[in-house]
Design a protein around this ligand. Structure first.
Ligand SMILES: Nc1ncnc2c1ncn2[C@@H]1O[C@H](COP(=O)(O)OP(=O)(O)OP(=O)(O)O)[C@@H](O)[C@H]1O
Ligand SMILES: [Mg+2]
Length: 360
C-alpha cells in the first residue's frame, strides 16, 4: 500500500465557459489530503468548494492542473480506466435523496459497490456485509428491505455513508453531508462520520459551511475565496489566529461555542456580496491575437473590494499563496513572513466601507 497522500490537487483549474463569459470556479487550487487526515474546505457559497470536491473524485473534468489519487494521476483518465480505481474514493453528497436510486432497496444500494468491485462473493457474503455496514452506521438489518423514501433524511444520509464506506475507500469527499438534515440529527450524523473516520482511518475532504463541525472534525482547514485557497492551516491554529482578513471575517461570524474560551471575537461584516465569478475583482481582460476575449490576468487581490484592510498595493499587485514561518499558508500582502497579521476587526473604515457589530 502506498504511503503518500491519498489526494493531491496541483493547480487544479475548472473553468466553465458560458455565454456570459468564463466562470473560474476553481482557479489554481493546490491541496493535499494525507492518509487518514481530515481536511476541511470552507468558504462562502459559490467560492468553488463543490467544484473542487467533484473534480477530486473525477465527477467533473478539470480544465487544468492535476488530480492524483494514491499517487496515480487521474486527471485525464478515461471512465473505463478509472473504474477499478473507483473503490479507492467516494463522494457523499449534501442531499442523500438525490444520490440514492429510489427504485433500489437499501440492501441493494449498499451492496452495489461491493458487487461492482468484486469484493464479496455470493449473495450470503454480500448480505452479511450489508448487515454489518448497516449496524456500523446505526441502522437495523431490516432496513435493508426498505426503499430510500421510507426512511428519514438522517437515515438516508447514513445509507449513503454505508454505501461509500462499503468498499473501504482511502478517500472520502463529504460535500455538506449534514446541511440538508434537520438540525436535531446533524450532530449524530457528524459524530458517526467522526467515529468511522477514526476507526477506518480514511482520508477525508470535508466541505462545509458549518464552522463548528469543521473545527470538530478537521485536522487542517483550507479557506476558499472566488476559486482560490487564500489560507491553509492546522485547525487549532486557524481558529486561534486567523491570518487572512477574509478568514478573520469568516470566523468572526461563527458562534463561539465555549464562552470561557478567550476567543471573544468582534464580528466583521463584509460589505457586499461575493463578487460574480464571471467578473472577479482585479481582473484585466485580455484578448487573443485574433482579438477574441481570453482568460484575462489578475493585477491584484480578488478580495480587495471587500477587504476592510485593503491598501493600494492590493489593487495593483497579485498576492500568491505563501508559506509562512511555521508552515501555514496565506495569500495576503499584509501578512508578514513571520506571521504577523493585521486585525480586520480593528480596521478603521477605509475607502471600502464595512459595518461592524459586536457579538454577544
Ligand atoms: N456546471 C456549471 N456550469 C457553470 N457554472 C458552474 C457550474 N458549476 C458550478 N458553477 C459555478 O462555479 C462557482 C462555484 O460553484 P460551487 O458549486 O463549486 O460553489 P460552492 O463553494 O460549492 O458553493 P455552495 O457553498 O453554495 O455549495 C459558482 O459561481 C457556480 O455558479
Ligand atoms: Mg457546494
Amino acid at each position: 500500500m502506498n504511503s503518500g497522500p491519498v489526494l493531491e490537487l496541483v493547480d487544479l483549474e475548472r473553468h466553465f465557459a458560458g455565454a456570459g463569459g468564463t466562470v473560474r470556479a476553481a482557479d489554481g487550487v493546490t491541496l493535499t489530503v494525507g492518509r487518514g487526515e481530515v481536511v476541511g474546505l470552507v468558504g462562502e457559497s459559490g467560492s468553488g468548494k463543490s467544484t473542487v470536491g467533484r473534480c477530486a473524485v473525477r465527477l467533473d473534468e478539470p480544465t487544468g492542473g492535476t488530480v492524483r489519487i494514491n499517487g496515480t494521476d487521474v486527471t485525464t483518465m478515461s471512465r473505463r480506466a478509472l473504474r477499478p480505481l473507483r473503490k479507492d474514493f467516494h463522494l457523499v453528497f449534501q442531499d442523500p435523496s438525490s444520490s440514492l436510486d429510489p427504485r433500489m432497496t437499501v440492501g441493494e444500494i449498499v451492496a452495489e459497490p461491493l458487487k461492482l468491485h468484486g469484493i464479496t462473493r455470493g449473495k450470503e457474503a454480500a448480505h452479511a456485509r450489508v448487515a454489518e455496514l448497516l449496524a456500523q452506521v446505526g441502522l437495523r438489518p431490516e432496513h435493508a428491505q426498505r426503499h430510500p423514501h421510507e426512511l428519514s433524511g438522517g437515515q438516508r444520509q447514513r445509507i449513503s455513508i454505508a454505501r461509500a464506506l462499503s468498499v473501504d475507500p482511502d478517500l472520502l469527499v463529504a460535500d455538506e453531508p449534514t446541511s440538508a438534515l434537520d438540525v436535531s440529527v446533524q450532530a449524530s450524523v457528524l459524530n458517526l462520520l467522526a467515529d468511522l473516520q477514526r476507526d477506518r482511518g480514511f482520508g477525508c475532504l470535508f466541505i462545509t459551511h458549518d464552522l463548528a463541525a469543521v473545527e470538530y472534525l478537521a485536522d487542517r482547514i483550507a479557506v476558499m475565496y472566488l476559486g482560490q485557497i487564500v489560507e491553509q492551516a492546522p485547525t487549532r491554529e486557524l481558529f486561534a489566529d486567523p491570518k487572512h482578513p477574509y478568514t478573520q471575517a469568516l470566523l468572526s461570524a461563527a458562534p463561539v461555542p465555549d464562552p470561557v474560551a478567550q476567543r471573544t471575537r468582534e464580528r466583521i461584516v463584509l460589505s457586499g456580496e461575493l463578487p460574480s465569478p464571471l467578473a472577479p475583482p482585479a481582473r484585466r481582460p485580455t484578448t487573443t491575437p485574433a482579438g477574441r476575449p481570453s482568460g484575462g490576468v489578475f493585477d491584484g487581490c480578488r478580495f480587495h473590494t471587500r477587504c476592510p484592510l485593503a491598501v493600494e498595493r492590493c489593487r495593483t499587485d497579485l498576492p500568491r499563496l505563501r508559506t509562512l514561518e511555521g508552515g501555514r499558508e496565506v495569500s495576503c500582502h499584509l501578512v508578514a513572513d513571520d506571521g504577523t497579521a493585521p486585525d480586520a476587526a480593528a480596521a478603521p473604515s477605509r475607502t471600502i466601507p464595512t459595518t461592524r457589530t459586536a457579538t454577544r
